[in-house]
Design a protein. Structure first.
Length: 271
């Protein structure tokens, strides 16, 4: 495995895993973040057997599952531990019917209950920030997880969401540096106005390549170098679909992913 492995979130592909493994290996990536969700190759219901088989299939192509995107419960934690998968990435939506503070308290109670399983299986929950009604920034992540050992609960910093929320890169990394552990995300977004100048402005978040996003990947890498980050660099492969669908899916992402991968490799070549 590379010093700073680069993985891809395989959300765009729902084909059988051997086909996905061939696509990812052909790009020269080190591993994947596997969605463990309904409609994908592994679901929460078949987690233990599914992750064991997925690990075997990917290893034949020289790939590792560096993380999964799933809900976190004791069964999934145990399945990850058995398959040598170190990280379960989640996000933290805020339930406005009960408010921000009670939502945070509920997450902490859930984390507290899972600490013995995380410790016993050597698995970490990574909370990723997300714009909108989620814990959306580095300072929000710190507020949520500051009390936990990052071996158990860590941050997965996604600067695209920080940029949409207006949090500067250097400040975001400084805020959360002691809670980064396994992974950070490299994707890009910006606010686009979607109506005419004669109306009250309406904006939509657009997902794009590194060239057009709201922050500098170079600055992000430089900040990670300064703090000695040693984890996986994950490309979420999220790009807006001009046809109006939530995002591009399947092989439609590959030209954009190749562009972002080449740029990221150039930034980390001497790291």
């Amino acid at each position: 495995m590379a010093k700073h492995p680069i993985s891809v979130f395989t959300k765009p592909w729902t084909e059988p895993l051997p086909i996905v493994a061939d696509k990812v290996a052909a790009l020269g990536l080190d591993g994947i973040e596997l969605p463990v969700r309904p409609g994908y190759q592994v679901t929460p219901e078949n987690g233990a057997a599914g992750l064991a088989e997925a690990t075997r299939v990917l290893s034949t192509s020289g790939l590792k599952i560096t993380s999964i995107a799933s809900t976190a419960d004791e069964a999934i934690i145990a399945a990850c531990g058995d398959s040598g998968i170190p990280l379960i990435r989640i996000m933290a939506p805020i339930d406005l019917s009960i408010g921000y503070i009670r939502s945070i308290e509920n997450y902490r109670r859930q984390f507290d209950a899972l600490l013995p399983a995380l410790d016993g299986h050597g698995v970490t929950i990574g909370v990723q920030n997300h714009y909108g009604c989620f814990v959306g920034s580095a300072v929000g992540l710190l507020h949520l997880i500051e009390q936990y050992d990052p071996r158990h609960i860590c941050a997965v910093l996604d600067m695209a969401h920080c940029a949409v929320d207006g949090e500067p890169t250097a400040m975001a990394v400084d805020i959360i540096k002691d809670r980064l552990h396994h992974q950070v995300n490299f994707k890009s977004a910006y606010h686009a106005r979607v109506n005419g100048p004669e109306d009250e402005a309406v904006y939509k978040v657009k997902w794009t390549t590194h060239r057009h996003g709201g922050y500098s990947w170079r600055e992000f890498v430089d900040c990670l170098k300064k703090i000695g980050f040693a984890g996986t660099l994950c490309l979420p492969a999220e790009y807006s679909d001009p046809a109006g669908k939530p995002q591009r899916m399947g092989d439609d992402v590959i030209p954009y992913l190749k562009e972002d991968l080449a740029h990221l490799r150039s930034l980390v070549a001497d790291w």
